[in-house]
Ligand binder design. Structure first.
Ligand code: PMV
Length: 311
C-alpha cells in the first residue's frame, strides 16, 4: 500500500474564550502554518492496528473490546464504529508541530488529521459536519465542557463567529494584518482552567456575568471590524479583551509581560489566547511593520514565534 497522508490546521481565539462556554460569542481564526499530520502505512509490527506517536515516544495498539482508551485510540474506534468497519491491520503515524496544551487546538487537530486519513484509506464519503461531530466527541475528553469552537475552525478551515449550539457563521476577513503567536512554554490544561472559571463564576456570579457581557460586545464589534478592515478597532478590542481576561483571573504575570513586550515592540494589539494560565499569546501586527516587530522582540529575548498573515 502506498502511504496515505493527511493534515489538519490549528487555530487561535481572537476574542471570547471562556465566555463562549456560557453562550456568549467568540471569534477564532485558522492558523495554516502550524499543523498536525497523520500517515497510514502497512503495519509490519503487529496483527492489530497501531498508532505511533514518535514525538512523545508512544505506541498504542488497538484491539477489539479494548477498554480505557485514550483520545487518539477513541478517535479511531469511534470512526470505525460509526461506519461499521472492522479494525484494519494498519499503522497510523502521527506528527504535529502544534504546541500541546497551549491554546492552539492541538487535540482537535490531531483527531481531525487521523479522521481525514481514515476517510482517504477507506475512500468513503464523509461530510465536514460528520467529521466535526466525531472530533467534538473527543474534545469532550480533553475539555470536559467544550464550546466546540476548536473543532469548528479546525475542521472547516475558516474563521468563525461562534455562539455555542446556536450560531456558527463563517467570517469574511477583509482586514490586512499578521498575527504573531508566542508560546509561553507553560502547558495549561483547558479542562482545569474551564473548571476553575466555573467555580469562580459560582462564587462571584455578578462579576463574571459582567465580564462575559463586556467580552460579548467585544466579539460583536470585532466581527464588524474584521469585515470592514478597521485595524485600529481590531487592535483596541483585542487589548480590551486581554484586560478582561486578567480580571477573569486566567492570565499570569508572565503572559502579561509577553503581551507588554509585544505592545512595546510595535504590535497594535496583544492578548492571551485560549484557556490561559499558560499557553500562547497573540499579537496583531501591521503587516508593513512586521520585520521591525520581529527585530524588536528578538532584542528582548523572544526568538521563537509562529506567523500567520491575513492579507
Ligand atoms: O483549547 P483552548 O485552550 O484554546 O480553549 C478553548 C477555549 C475555551 O473557551 C477556554 C474552552 C472552550 O471549549 O471554548
Amino acid at each position: 500500500m502506498e502511504s496515505i497522508k493527511s493534515q489538519a490546521i490549528s487555530k487561535v481565539i481572537l476574542s471570547g474564550e471562556h465566555s463562549v462556554v456560557y453562550g456568549y460569542p467568540a471569534i477564532a481564526l485558522p492558523i495554516y502554518d502550524c499543523c498536525s499530520f497523520s500517515e497510514i502505512k502497512d503495519n509490519q509490527e503487529s496483527k492489530s492496528l497501531i498508532i505511533n506517536a514518535p514525538q512523545i515516544s508512544e505506541k498504542y495498539f488497538i484491539e477489539n473490546n479494548k477498554t480505557n482508551c485514550n483520545p487518539l485510540e477513541l478517535t479511531v474506534l469511534n470512526f470505525l464504529k460509526k461506519y461499521n468497519l472492522e479494525i484494519p491491520n494498519i499503522a497510523i503515524n502521527i506528527f504535529s508541530n502544534i504546541p500541546i496544551a497551549s491554546g492552539m487546538g492541538s487535540g482537535a487537530s490531531i483527531s481531525t488529521s487521523i479522521i481525514k486519513s481514515l476517510i482517504e484509506y477507506y475512500k468513503i464519503k464523509v461530510s465536514l459536519d460528520e467529521i466535526y461531530d466525531l472530533v467534538f466527541e473527543i474534545e469532550k475528553i480533553y475539555h470536559g465542557n467544550p464550546s466546540g469552537i476548536d473543532p469548528r475552525v479546525i475542521v472547516y478551515e475558516s474563521p468563525f463567529y461562534f455562539i455555542k449550539n446556536f450560531k456558527m457563521d463563517k467570517i469574511n476577513i477583509n482586514a490586512k494584518f499578521s498575527i504573531v503567536i508566542i508560546n509561553s512554554g507553560i502547558k495549561s490544561s483547558t479542562k482545569e482552567v474551564v473548571e476553575w472559571v466555573a467555580q469562580q463564576k459560582n462564587l462571584y456570579p455578578i462579576k463574571y456575568n459582567n465580564i462575559f457581557k463586556e467580552i460579548s460586545e467585544i466579539s460583536n464589534n470585532l466581527r464588524t471590524a474584521l469585515e470592514v478592515n478597521d485595524i485600529d478597532l481590531i487592535s483596541k478590542l483585542v487589548n480590551e479583551n486581554h484586560k478582561l481576561l486578567i480580571e477573569m483571573g486566567v492570565s499570569t504575570n508572565y503572559l502579561n509581560s509577553l503581551v507588554d513586550i509585544c505592545l512595546n515592540s510595535g504590535a497594535l494589539g496583544a492578548k492571551l489566547s485560549g484557556a490561559g494560565k499558560g499557553g500562547i499569546i497573540i499579537a496583531i501586527i501591521n503587516t508593513e511593520n512586521f520585520e521591525n516587530f520581529i527585530t524588536n522582540i528578538k532584542t528582548k529575548g523572544i526568538n521563537e514565534y509562529i506567523i500567520s498573515s491575513y492579507v
